[in-house]
Design a protein around this ligand. Structure first.
Ligand SMILES: [Zn+2]
Length: 185
């Protein structure tokens, strides 16, 4: 499995991560106590006209004779989608509409926020990610049974599996990223 990604959801969680840095091994070199704060990553998404915080950065310090490896680590806000100006909530809504109705209707409902081409690319990325998502979910929750007469498309099944795995989450995609420590797309 790919390298684990780090996520957090709130300022409190970020503070807690910072308080533990002296005891935290670097995910690259495993040396403990060399991680220091290293700025932030900002970008656009559907939540605001302005750039918003997307990730915090850590640096495994090799300066001043410290024993770190010199690499950086991004700690992502769980409700951001890497390489897309999109929050997980908007993505969840889009995928739900695409599965319940049609891709065309979902793109129309998204109201021109992104170009049609971008939405098609996002749909394709979701398709490519489906087996990875299902594999990640399997240990934590069996896929929900499908009622016999209807045989939903694989995409619908993945969304149902996500809902079953994180029934109390505001956004199952954000919960997936944080729990599985991997990017949804
Ligand atoms: Zn390191």
């Amino acid at each position: 499995m790919a390298e684990q990604q780090w996520f957090y959801r709130s300022a409190e969680e970020w503070d807690a991560i910072c308080e533990r840095l002296k005891l935290t091994p670097c995910p690259h070199c495993q040396v403990v106590g060399m991680l220091i704060r290293h700025g932030s990553l900002y970008g656009y998404d559907d939540r605001s006209q302005r750039q918003t915080l997307r990730a915090r950065r850590l640096f495994c310090s090799n300066r001043h004779a410290r024993r770190g490896c010199g690499r950086t680590i991004s700690v992502w806000l769980a409700d951001k989608i890497r390489r897309l100006s999109l929050t997980t909530g908007t993505l969840w809504q889009f995928l739900g509409r695409a599965v319940a109705g049609s891709l065309r209707a979902a793109i129309r409902a998204a109201d021109g926020f992104l170009s049609d081409r971008t939405w098609l690319r996002i749909w394709k990325r979701f398709h490519q990610a489906q087996s990875k998502i299902r594999t990640a979910l399997s240990p934590c929750c069996a896929p929900p049974a499908v009622p016999a007469p209807s045989s939903p498309r694989p995409a619908a099944h993945v969304l149902a599996h996500l809902t079953a795995a994180f029934p109390d989450a505001d956004c199952p995609i954000a919960a997936f990223q944080q729990t599985m420590r991997t990017f949804f797309l």
